[in-house]
Ligand binder design. Sequence first.
Ligand code: ZN
Length: 317
Amino acid sequence: MHEKWGGVVPDIAMRAHKERIDDVIDEALNKAKVSMEDIYVVAVTYGPGLAIALGVGIDKAKELAHKHDKKLIAVNHMEGHIYSCFAQNSKGNPDIPFEFPYLVLLVSGSHTQLMVMKNHGSYQLLGETQDDAAGEALDKGARIIVGDMVYPGGPVIERLAQDGDPEWVRFPRPMERSQDYNFSFSGLKTALLYKHRALSEEERVNHMCDLAASYQQAVIDSLLYKVRSAVNKLKIRNVVVGGGVSINEELRKTLRTYMKSVDGEVLFPSQKELNGDNAAMIGVAAFYKAERGEFSEPELVEREARAKLMRSERIEA
Ligand code: ZN
């Protein structure tokens, strides 16, 4: 649906959510072979995200909790992405012991954040993007290189990049030297646009893969610089990466190689479906909240399109 319109259209998204939510819940219960009676707690994300879609989920969660007399837990969407890396299958695999603190890199179509997770539920924001998100940068890059109706563009860039030379063009790494943990991708996108305009029709076709590879490399390097600087400065050895862009193989390879070089480890969601937005991650985060007794008062749960996971504290890189 989103592919057809080249992005998410709010009205269409809301209608689609409303039309499908009951069937989706039924199907989930069926697949898991459980009924609402077996459910311990109803978890829902309150944001950040598309307000109207959040609203549909919250209303349904409150309705279910009330109807079946269950407790409710409101989960921050970004916290869900973090816990995606700790999701287990029904056999309890993969069994990953928590080793705090974690350096957390969240990369998606709407977020690029670096934070420290000190313990369950305890987060400190180090930095975030000052303009476009990493996933947005890849989407926009794909539109420039391939054409307007490419959505989502990240996988397209990644596929093209596999056959390209990442050093064909040296794109800027805007925040490389900034003394903080922030990111910026809009200048990079502009640099790509200018480079693309300067090419002949023939060059655009012949060097499509090189252009994609060079652009992707600049995005990945920008992420790596800040991870590296945080790992060095804060002496953190465990990194978790979540969000739609975490599926990018080149990013995974780069971060794995780097973390190995410092005797550290990096965790990614273990299954393809856990990289992008999903409901399981909200359930996993809620599980640990339930263990701490952090339940929500239904009447206080409201959608927060711009919800923050933690207060921002400025930290020098
Ligand atoms: Zn997300």
